[in-house]
Design a protein around this ligand. Structure first.
Ligand SMILES: NC(=O)c1ccc[n+]([C@@H]2O[C@H](COP(=O)([O-])OP(=O)(O)OC[C@H]3O[C@@H](n4cnc5c(N)ncnc54)[C@H](OP(=O)(O)O)[C@@H]3O)[C@@H](O)[C@H]2O)c1
Length: 294
């Protein structure tokens, strides 16, 4: 793990792909139909070194955003920045462990200095660890809460004051459909994601007259290193690129809450109505040997 404030890097190859200035439409529904929904916007993505964050950073850059990339692994961020630059986009990077408030504030400030004021934050960095009973794995659970919950709060802290001063902005976080149901063996992960949903819900209401949108993104299963670690094939597994396209569309529409895909959403909502004994029975095998989950 890289500790301390990382040195920022920038990859620029002139203007982002797409050419024409569509700034008047940036962040709105894609009326233009040309896929350049984020032209002239600065988007910061945490957890950009892998999986959903990596794919989303590429997607937002392809749609015209100048992207700020944050995670702990510098080599991965540099590889992504190079890919984005090769495609004609603009990226800046900085390393941080988002569970560390000082590092997170410094990293966001570094990419902001290179790219300009942040229009869109996607707090995506996250981890999953099973919840053990005997002995209880409290230290691991504490780390997960620091990354998933406090990491999001620190990331928002890093951008919100300037958004308030500018009178515009968009804050989003990648939560999970796991936020909607406490699952055996995953109590802590589900609780961390439920905390994200509740935090963003309150924030959205508080910001309703400040022209700052808040979006809660709840994916089902997406193929990433996180799901690669599962001992089973998750149902309705999506590719990260496909998930990123959907998330980008939801962000452009400034959706309040975006649950996807529909089938997994319905399944999770259904489990809320099922008796505990049935959920326990279905998840019995998993409960006995849980793995890190999305
Ligand atoms: N995959 C799924 O099925 C799924 C479903 C629902 C929700 N999610 C959520 O989606 C988000 C992304 O997950 P993923 O599936 O794309 O997993 P992933 O491929 O493992 O990516 C996790 C990202 O988070 C970063 N990260 C982890 N701990 C960090 C820390 N302490 N500080 C800074 N960055 C940190 C990692 O970067 P470094 O290691 O370089 O720091 C990496 O870029 C997570 O919040 C996850 O809970 C995933």
């Amino acid at each position: 793990m890289e500790k301390g404030k990382g040195k920022a890097g920038t990859a620029r190859t002139g203007r982002p792909t797409g050419g024409a200035d569509r700034s008047a439409f940036a962040g709105r529904v894609d009326w233009l139909g040309d896929g350049m929904r984020f032209t002239n916007q600065v988007a910061v993505i945490t957890g950009a070194s892998s999986g959903i964050g990596w794919a989303l950073a590429k997607e937002l850059a392809a749609q015209g955003a100048r992207v700020g990339l944050i995670a702990r692994r510098r080599d991965r961020l540099e590889a992504l920045a190079a890919e984005i630059a090769k495609s004609g986009g603009t990226a800046a990077l900085a390393t941080a462990d988002v569970s560390d408030r000082t590092q997170t504030l410094a990293a966001v400030a570094e990419v902001r200095d290179r790219l300009g004021p942040v229009d869109l934050l996607v707090a995506n960095a996250g981890m999953g660890t099973p919840t053990a009973l005997d002995p209880p794995n409290v230290p691991e659970v504490e780390t997960m809460f620091r990354v998933n919950v406090l990491g999001m709060i620190y990331s928002i802290e890093a951008v919100l004051p300037e958004m308030l001063r500018r009178g515009r902005g968009h804050v989003a976080a990648v939560s999970s459909l796991a936020a909607y149901k406490g699952l055996p063996g995953e109590s802590a992960y589900c609780a961390s994601k439920a905390a994200i949903n509740a935090y963003l819900e309150g924030l959205r209401i508080q910001l309703r007259r400040r022209n700052i949108a808040v979006t809660t993104i709840c994916p089902g299963f997406v193929r990433t290193p996180m799901t690669d670690a599962f001992p089973f094939r998750p149902p309705w597994l999506m590719e990260a690129d496909a998930a990123a396209r959907r998330i980008a569309k939801a962000l452009a529409r400034r959706r309040k809450v975006y649950n996807f895909p529909l089938r997994t959403t319905l399944l999770v909502k259904l489990t809320r109505w099922l008796p505990d004994w049935l959920v326990g029975k279905v998840m019995g095998k998993y409960d006995a040997k849980p793995a890190a989950k999305p």
